[in-house]
Design a protein around this ligand. Structure first.
Ligand SMILES: Nc1ncnc2c1ncn2[C@@H]1O[C@H](COP(=O)(O)OP(=O)(O)OP(=O)(O)O)[C@@H](O)[C@H]1O
Ligand SMILES: [Mg+2]
Length: 287
C-alpha cells in the first residue's frame, strides 16, 4: 500500500470521536479474497473518490464498507435506496418541538446524508441501483465533485466537509444484473467483491461459525466452490453462493446433520425445484 496511506491511517486513528460517533464506526471484520480489493478501496477513498462495491448478495460488501470505516476511523451512516425511498429519509425532516416554556419551534432533524456531509463522515449507500428517479438528482449532487446539495426542506445549500466520503453497493452478481444508471456509474471507482473461496473461506467459516469439525468445514468450502461453478454456468442463481447462507449452514451443522443444515440454510431458499435438487446433489456427494 502506498506510504502516504499509512500516514493518513495514523492521522485518522488519532481522531477522538464523541461517544455517539464512535458507535457509528464499523468493525474491521472483512476478509479480503485478494489484497488489492482492500488496498484499492482505501486508496480510492484516500484520493476522495466515490467507491462502488459490486457483488452478489452475501459477498461481504457491507462488511467491507464497515472495515474501511474502522480503518479510517470514519463514522458511517447508511442509507438503503430500496427502503429509504424519499428525500426526507435521506436528508432529514422538519418537526415541531416545544421548549421548556411551552413555546413551539420548528427544527430540522438531519438525516444520514446531511449528517455525513456536515460532519465529514462516511456515507454508505446500499442498493444504489434501486434509487427512485426523484432521489437521483439528490444522490448525483452528493457524488459530484462539488459535493453540495440544496436541502429542499430548508433551502440551505449544504457543502460537504473535506473528510466526507461515499461508498455505495450494488447487488450485481454473475448473472441477472440490475443495470445501474450510466450517469451514476460514471461517478464511481468500481470494485468487484466476489464470494470468498478456498483457504480464506475455510478460515472465515472456522472463526465465525459454531462448527468446529475441520473435515466438515472443508466439505462446506468444497460445496461452495461447486455451487459457484454452477452459478457461473447459469444453473444456480447468485444468492445460492451467499457466504451469509453458508455461515448459517455451518452454524446449523454444528447441531444437526449437514444435509439438513444445507437444506434449511441454502437449498430451500431457492425458488426452482431443479435448483434445490442441484444443491442437494452436490451436498450428497460430499457429506
Ligand atoms: N469477505 C468476507 N469477510 C468477512 N465476512 C464475510 C465476507 N463475505 C461474507 N461475509 C459474511 O457474510 C455475511 C454477509 O456479508 P455482507 O452483509 O457484508 O454481504 P453483502 O454483500 O453486503 O450482502 P447484501 O448484498 O445482501 O447486502 C456477513 O455476516 C459476513 O459476516
Ligand atoms: Mg449489504
Amino acid at each position: 500500500m502506498p506510504g502516504e496511506i499509512h500516514a493518513y491511517l495514523d492521522e485518522r486513528k488519532a481522531i477522538v470521536h464523541t461517544e455517539e460517533d464512535r458507535r457509528l464506526v464499523g468493525n474491521a471484520a472483512y476478509e479480503a479474497p485478494s489484497e488489492d480489493i482492500l488496498t484499492d478501496a482505501l486508496l480510492s477513498l484516500y484520493l476522495g473518490k466515490n467507491v462502488l462495491l459490486k457483488g452478489p448478495t452475501g459477498s461481504g460488501k457491507t462488511k467491507l464498507a464497515e472495515h474501511v470505516s474502522a480503518l479510517y476511523n470514519l463514522p458511517m451512516h447508511s442509507v438503503n435506496c430500496s427502503t429509504d425511498l424519499d428525500a426526507e429519509a435521506l436528508l432529514g425532516f422538519k418537526t415541531l418541538i416545544h421548549d421548556e416554556q411551552g413555546r413551539s419551534q420548528i427544527i430540522f432533524v438531519p438525516g444520514p446524508i446531511t449528517k455525513a456531509m456536515t460532519n465529514g463522515h462516511l456515507l454508505y449507500i446500499d442498493e444504489i441501483n434501486m434509487a427512485k428517479p426523484e432521489t437521483l438528482p439528490l444522490i448525483n449532487g452528493v457524488l459530484d465533485h462539488r459535493r453540495s446539495i440544496t436541502n429542499p426542506f430548508t433551502g440551505e445549500v449544504l457543502t460537504a466537509h473535506a473528510n466526507f466520503r461515499v461508498v455505495a453497493a450494488i447487488n450485481e452478481g454473475y448473472i441477472g444484473t440490475v443495470p445501474l444508471n450510466e450517469a451514476l456509474k460514471n461517478r464511481f471507482v468500481t470494485i468487484e467483491v466476489p464470494y470468498l473461496q478456498g483457504d480464506v473461506l475455510f478460515q472465515l467459516l472456522k472463526s465465525r461459525s459454531k462448527l468446529r469439525d475441520e473435515k466438515l468445514l472443508r466439505t462446506f468450502v468444497k460445496l461452495s466452490a461447486d455451487m459457484l461453478s454452477l452459478i457461473e454456468m447459469g444453473q444456480l442463481p447468485d444468492e445460492a453462493g451467499s457466504i451469509r447462507a453458508l455461515l448459517d449452514a455451518c452454524d446449523l451443522a454444528a447441531y444437526i446433520p449437514p444435509i439438513r443444515a444445507i437444506t434449511r440454510a441454502i437449498a430451500d431458499k431457492l425458488e426452482d425445484e431443479r435448483e434445490r435438487a442441484a444443491v442437494l446433489n452436490i451436498a450428497e456427494t460430499f457429506v
